[in-house]
Design a protein around this ligand. Structure first.
Ligand SMILES: [Zn+2]
Length: 360
């Protein structure tokens, strides 16, 4: 049975439509009692892990038979690595993992109306899954957001609510709307992270039920990073894996609040970057992200836009068409190889987050 646990006051309560954060203001995590690890091997999608997900009745799942994305082995910087094509999802990004579980649980809770505030991949995922679940979805965006960027969200029939002023004004507006409408947030709502944890289960299963030595992920809001952490942690807790992989978080040199915090450096100026998916100045789950990387003895690194462009070219030459944010892990891996962080034997996994077909 899944419940919410507040990360601040540790209060435990039911998962319900009434709340997405604790009365004390703290964020929730999802916790389980009496969980047994069980895979439905007949199901070729991420729903094979339903025993470890918070959906109680399977008729409520919004099912695209998504997930189990390819894990391919390639040679890069003189070493064999695994690349996980995690953009191969209905809306074109790994964020569908989060939306699949969050929107299915919303359906189970009888929620008919939600708000969210992402102009990027998370917004498209929530809008797409809400369309499939026939849930009304309003996406709050800064008025300056380009029409091109919201094409996919609008195509799914989501209502676009444009807010004048800065990104902060949009955040204020959506939090105020969330007082009376359910907040299907990709950063606040813990159910989203229950979905992204399936990435860890898949990597473990595809490597022959074994955790890799390292996972290198792009990091902004930490949706993938925390998913990877929770997933592998659950595998360890349930006796399926003896170790956690080291988690390496790649931030853009132009926007690196977590990198600066981890290395006890002064906060840097935030500038635009081509790695838009990780351009997050104030990550909501900051402390959890920092703790996850520290606990696994991983690291935070930064990459320049130039290095990201090179990484993108490398992917294109492999026949892989992704958005720039995905290529941060190629740039990050190269940097770690130059620093001789990995041995030839180390198993490194690089998940790619979003399809290049989404651009333009
Ligand atoms: Zn609390």
């Amino acid at each position: 049975m899944a419940k919410y646990k507040c990360i601040s006051c540790e209060n435990i309560c039911e998962i319900s439509a009434d709340h997405w954060k604790c009365e004390c203001g703290g964020l929730f995590d999802v916790v389980y009692d009496n969980l047994t690890f069980q895979i439905d091997t007949d199901n070729p999608s991420l729903w094979r892990y339903k025993a470890m997900l918070p959906i109680e009745h399977m008729e409520n799942i919004v099912d695209f038979q998504e997930g189990m994305t390819p894990l391919i082995q390639r040679e890069l910087a003189g070493k064999s690595i695994y690349i996980k094509l995690d953009f191969m999802f209905p809306t074109g990004s790994f964020k569908d993992r989060g939306a699949a579980v969050l929107v299915s649980k919303m359906k189970e809770m009888g929620i008919k109306d939600v708000v969210e505030d992402s102009s990027g991949n998370a917004g498209a995922s929530i809008a797409g899954y809400c369309a499939a679940a026939q849930i009304k979805c309003s996406i709050y965006l800064p008025a300056a957001t380009s029409e091109n960027k919201i094409k996919q969200i609008a195509a799914y029939g989501a209502e676009i609510v444009k807010i004048e002023g800065s990104r902060d004004k949009t955040a204020e507006a959506v939090l105020s709307a969330a007082e009376h409408t359910y907040y299907a947030s990709h950063s606040y709502n813990p159910l989203f992270f229950e979905g992204t944890k399936t990435l860890a289960f898949e990597i473990w299963e595809q490597l022959g039920q074994k955790a890799p030595d390292a996972v290198i992920v792009p990091c902004g809001n930490g949706t993938m990073l925390l998913g990877v952490y929770y997933g592998f942690k659950q595998l360890v807790d349930l006796g399926q894996s003896r170790k956690m992989p080291k988690i390496y978080a790649v931030q853009s040199a132009n926007c690196a609040p977590l990198y600066h915090a981890h290395h006890n450096m002064e906060a840097g100026v935030i500038l635009p970057t081509i790695a838009e998916g990780i351009s997050v100045g104030t990550p909501i789950r900051r402390e959890q992200i920092l703790k996850a990387v520290q606990e696994t003895a991983g690291d935070f690194i930064v990459v320049s836009d130039e290095a990201v462009k090179e990484g993108l070219q490398t992917l294109y030459q492999m026949g892989i068409y992704t958005e720039p944010t995905s290529a941060t892990v190629i740039a990050g891996y190269r940097q770690l190889m130059e620093q001789r962080v990995f041995s030839r034997e180390d198993i490194c996994v690089l998940p790619l987050t979003g399809s290049g077909l989404k651009k333009g």
